[in-house]
Design a protein around this ligand. Structure first.
Ligand code: UDP
Length: 255
């Protein structure tokens, strides 16, 4: 059998050429990294759970009219997505102060923000993804003013929806990161799609009553019970793999 072509290997995912033109296979690894890959490790079963969680959230978003790259899940660790031209920005939406915002502005973690705040970071590992303004983005041509308007509007809609989705399972959505891509339809019209992933790797999720962290901060801050936290998010969303936690290995053979 022909070996499929590996397009890109990132910290938590591998991308392969998809079976049809214009598609890509996203393979979710158990590998985790933090602080621009200065800290690395493995969260056992994470890839299987993230594959499910991202599928679930993107499908729900699709139902309210948010265009996403998700096509279908292929197996425990892989999903088929539309091939897009990734816009080199990380779009972060925050509802509660945490992480770099708390550090940068001296706001105690857990402080609710007066309103949801959208930030843009330039995706560049050599520069550790610096915070940038709309001025930088349009001046350097990373996105047009129209792209920015679209991304901002989509990010806020995604936020409103996800706040409610997680509140329904007793989780506070503190903040999260989105990535968008340009996709051309059959008539060569460009559309901005939500791409990448939405998982506990890319969101801060706190238990509504205890404020227990159910996300990658447990790994970043060596808090323990990392696997259990990811499982708990999947369990609350009602999407643990069929056989339960013991079914989290998935296939390791990825070629
Ligand atoms: N985030 C992410 N990838 C990154 C940086 C941030 O998914 O490269 C997510 C992170 O999980 C959090 C949100 O974006 O939910 C805001 O992250 P922050 O700027 O506080 O940085 P961090 O503390 O994660 O380095």
């Amino acid at each position: 059998m022909a070996r499929r072509r590996r397009i890109y290997e990132g910290k938590a995912k591998v991308l392969y050429e998809g079976p049809e033109p214009g598609t890509i296979v996203q393979y979710f690894k158990d590998d985790a990294s933090a602080f621009n890959a200065q800290k690395t490790g493995v969260i056992s079963g994470k890839g299987v759970l993230n594959n499910r969680i991202s599928e679930y959230v993107m499908l729900r978003l699709n139902e309210i009219g948010i265009p996403t790259h998700f096509v279908r899940r292929l197996n425990m660790r892989e999903q088929l997505v539309h091939e897009v031209e990734i816009i080199p920005l990380e779009v972060v939406v925050r509802n509660v102060a945490a992480g770099t915002m708390s550090q940068r502005l001296g706001i105690e973690e857990g402080t609710p923000l007066p309103r949801s705040i959208v930030e843009f970071y330039y995706k560049n590992d050599d520069l550790s993804d610096p915070l940038v303004t709309e001025e930088h983005i349009t001046a350097f041509g990373w996105a047009t003013p129209q792209d920015l308007d679209d991304m901002m509007a989509l990010a806020l809609r995604v936020n409103d929806f996800m706040v409610g989705l997680f509140l329904g399972v007793d989780i506070r959505l503190v903040d999260f990161k989105l990535e968008f891509g340009r996709w051309y339809d059959d008539n060569d019209y460009m559309r901005i799609l939500l791409a990448d992933e939405i998982t506990p790797d890319s969101c801060r999720l706190w238990d509504i009553k205890t404020n227990e962290k159910l996300d990658k901060d447990r790994f970043r801050r060596d808090m323990g019970n990392v696997e259990e936290a990811y499982q708990e998010v999947a369990r609350r969303l009602g999407i643990l793999p069929d056989a339960g936690p013991q079914d989290l290995k998935g296939t390791k053979s990825i070629n």
